[in-house]
Design a protein around this ligand. Structure first.
Ligand SMILES: Nc1ncnc2c1ncn2[C@@H]1O[C@H](COP(=O)(O)OP(=O)(O)OP(=O)(O)O)[C@@H](O)[C@H]1O
Ligand SMILES: [Mg+2]
Length: 204
């Protein structure tokens, strides 16, 4: 099983949106996917509860343990402000870490500090996990989105993609759906933005 931790202590950076859509993407590829929700707000768990039963199944880790079933993927949504032992424990779970960053000066500052801490932690663990970055809520021709692109270009980390700002994710979440559960004609343009991330997840 591969465990993917979605983490950024900055509140509202896009962790849950990214987590549930990665789960939806993999489930729609026929993979066995479980979500682990480390956030006390339980947003990802509520999303699963509202997921229509006719869609590709995504389990919670708890239900999977009860079934004694091993999944192909465990997607871990983490909480704002997570740090210290909670963060270290979450990192220990992970084969891959994805850091969503939203375009604002506050997000850039907070994320830079987190990435610094993450790279120290990775060194001390001798690189046992891969780290990738996703630019969230991108809006063309805005200062904040351009600043985020410039910032990411200075990092020595793979950029897995840029996800545009759109209500498609917000509306899908109301129905327990991901982008990948929507009809092709609605989602095509946005699905294309996930191609590189998907390749990075599945390459090894
Ligand atoms: N690509 C997008 N387009 C439009 N809205 C988005 C997009 N991505 C996320 N959002 C919205 O931004 C807000 C924050 O996203 P989300 O809840 O995923 O962040 P989070 O990091 O999980 O927040 P928290 O730290 O509170 O757990 C939500 O209202 C979500 O619907
Ligand atoms: Mg969240």
């Amino acid at each position: 099983m591969k465990a993917v931790l979605v983490a950024n202590p900055k509140g509202g950076s896009g962790k849950t949106t990214l987590s549930v859509n990665i789960a939806g993407l993999l489930a729609n590829q026929g993979e066995c996917v479980a979500l682990l929700d480390l956030d006390r707000q339980q947003s990802a768990s509520l999303w699963i509860e509202s997921r229509p039963v006719n869609l590709p199944n995504i389990s919670t880790l708890e239900s999977r343990k009860e079934e004694g079933h091993l999944d192909d993927w465990l997607i871990v949504d983490s909480a704002a402000g997570m740090h210290g032992k909670d963060m270290t424990d979450a990192l220990k779970l992970a084969d891959k870490i994805i850091v969503p960053i939203s375009p604002s000066i506050f997000d850039l500052h907070a994320s830079r500090d987190f990435l610094e801490a993450l790279s120290q932690e990775k060194k001390s663990r001798k690189g046992k996990y891969d780290i990738g970055i996703v630019g969230m809520r991108m809006a063309s021709n805005t200062r904040a989105s351009q600043a985020l692109e410039h910032f990411l270009a200075t990092l020595d980390l793979p950029i897995l993609g840029y996800i545009r700002e759109t209500q498609i994710y917000v509306n899908a979440a109301f129905e327990g759906k991901s982008l990948f559960d929507l009809p092709r004609y609605v989602a095509e343009k946005d699905v294309a933005q996930w191609e590189h991330l998907h390749g990075w997840l599945t390459k090894h």
